[in-house]
Design a protein around this ligand. Structure first.
Ligand SMILES: Nc1nc2c(ncn2[C@@H]2O[C@H](COP(=O)(O)OP(=O)(O)OP(=O)(O)O)[C@@H](O)[C@H]2O)c(=O)[nH]1
Ligand SMILES: [Mg+2]
Length: 426
């Protein structure tokens, strides 16, 4: 770490700048000034009004400290970005660019790096389009060390790079899918930890598995999935559960960034149970908002599994406040028949109850024995059973006798398929 303090200014259209300040802090920026302009719709040219931009410029010019970055708490159009940088002569990041910079700094594993790169290229595309537009209009002939020709080339290059990265990611993903199937077939349940960034997902994974995934009081510490087996017994029984840590959610993240990180979220989509971790020590309205963002995200991902809510960090609040919070969230319709466990990972409180609730929510496996006629159609069905269920025994004689364990959800389907093939359940 160098000792040079990096200074930033925040520009926002509303008063609540807590999250954008935390994001800035995550990148080690020291926020030395905020400019807030209350307005519903951003100014077309500069995002904030031109008078405000003059104020900012004046502040920069008269400040004794160097300003390294202007952070706009919102999404800039490329034209607004060009206009602001030109007028202020300081680097300008919008909220997404800031999040991308955090992702870039944190991405360690190959997949996370590829995902960030893809998101970055996607982010830059409209900017390059704007450059092309400006180059054609003769406005920025020298930009990016060339004129129109190079800019056009650059655009093509971006497209090619994106295609290549998508291909590489696809390969990594299909390998993972294979692993997942192997695990599923060997009878493991998949439980995913989801939730707003900094809620305590990695801390929970570490506690339950003895792992040492990075835990930090900063936003977006985790950018890759880690899958570990739960060591704890549930009601005295050893349960084969694999737990997955995932990248945290955050409000107003455009869907293309979420898509770029699809693979870490994929584990949530296929989970048998999702544990939604929330920081229960925050103000109840904030807990509500972050839970709502997370639940919406789960809906967008098409999650159909049961969701258990873990209200974490209760060591930081009094007992009465916990009850009030649970009551409030219930009233606001967030619980919606979901199990909810207040807990403290730090003090290891509520963990057994959480595990019991996870266990209760798992789709329990049912055992079945099928007898099928020995023919080609049955063979095809058997190979499907190998894919979708756990085959514990198979015997070929004049007929096929197969013992399986399957998810209760698919029991009826198997039964009716078996009957169509003139087989029977014994
Ligand atoms: N007081 C208190 N702090 C906790 C508890 N659980 C986690 N933390 C702290 O909360 C911060 C975030 O924890 P993480 O486990 O990194 O959170 P995360 O959800 O994985 O965060 P991202 O990976 O950034 O999305 C860390 O500083 C933890 O030490 C708890 O039960 N009580
Ligand atoms: Mg984490």
């Amino acid at each position: 770490m160098n000792n040079h303090e990096k200074n930033a200014i925040i520009v926002s259209l509303n008063d609540d700048i807590s999250e954008i300040s935390e994001l800035a802090d995550s990148l080690d920026y020291n926020v030395i000034k905020e400019f807030i302009q209350h307005r519903k719709i951003p100014d077309v040219n500069f995002y904030v009004g031109s008078g405000k931009v003059d104020d900012i410029r004046e502040y920069i010019d008269s400040s004794l400290e160097d300003i390294d970055l202007i952070i706009v708490d919102g999404e800039l159009k490329p034209s607004q970005w060009f206009a602001l940088e030109k007028r202020l002569q300081v680097d300008v990041y919008d909220r997404i660019r800031l999040i991308l910079a955090i992702f870039e700094e944190r991405a360690e594993r190959k997949e996370a790096r590829l995902q960030v790169k893809l998101a970055r290229l996607q982010y830059e595309r409209p900017y390059v389009r704007e450059l092309i537009h400006r180059a054609r209009a003769g406005e920025h002939p020298g930009l990016m060390a060339g004129g129109e020709y190079q800019v056009d080339d650059y655009y093509e290059m971006i497209k090619k790079q994106m295609k290549k990265i998508r291909g590489d990611l696809k390969k990594i993903r299909s390998d993972r899918e294979l692993h997942r199937q192997t695990r599923y077939k060997s009878g493991f349940y998949l439980v995913s930890l989801a939730g707003y960034t900094n809620a305590g997902k990695s801390s929970l994974l570490n506690l339950l598995s003895g792992e040492k995934v990075k835990v930090e009081g900063r936003l977006f510490s985790t950018l890759s999935t880690t899958i570990r087996r739960i060591r704890n017994r549930v009601n005295g029984k050893k349960v084969p559960i694999l737990l997955t840590d995932t990248v945290g959610f955050i409000e107003n993240l455009p869907s293309w960034i979420i898509d770029a990180f699809h693979s870490t979220l994929e584990e949530i989509e296929v989970a048998d149970v999702v544990v939604l971790v929330a920081d229960g020590s925050e103000e109840k309205e904030i807990v509500e908002r972050k839970l709502q963002v997370s639940l919406n995200e789960l809906t967008d991902l098409g999650v159909t599994a049961s969701v258990v809510i873990a209200l974490n960090k209760i060591d930081l609040i009094e007992k009465e406040k916990i009850d009030t919070l649970v009551y409030y969230l219930n009233q606001r319709g967030l619980m919606n028949n979901r199990l909810c466990v207040p807990l403290s990972i730090k003090e290891e409180r509520g963990i057994d109850l959480l595990l019991e609730n996870i266990y209760k929510s798992l789709p329990h496996l049912v055992e079945m024995t099928l007898k099928l006629p020995l023919n080609e159609k049955s063979q095809a069905f058997v190979s499907q059973l190998y894919k979708k269920t756990r085959v514990s025994h198979i015997n070929y004689n004049h007929s096929i006798t197969i013992n399986i364990e399957c998810n209760a959800k698919i029991r009826e389907k198997i039964q009716s398929k078996c009957e169509t093939l003139q087989g029977s359940i014994i």
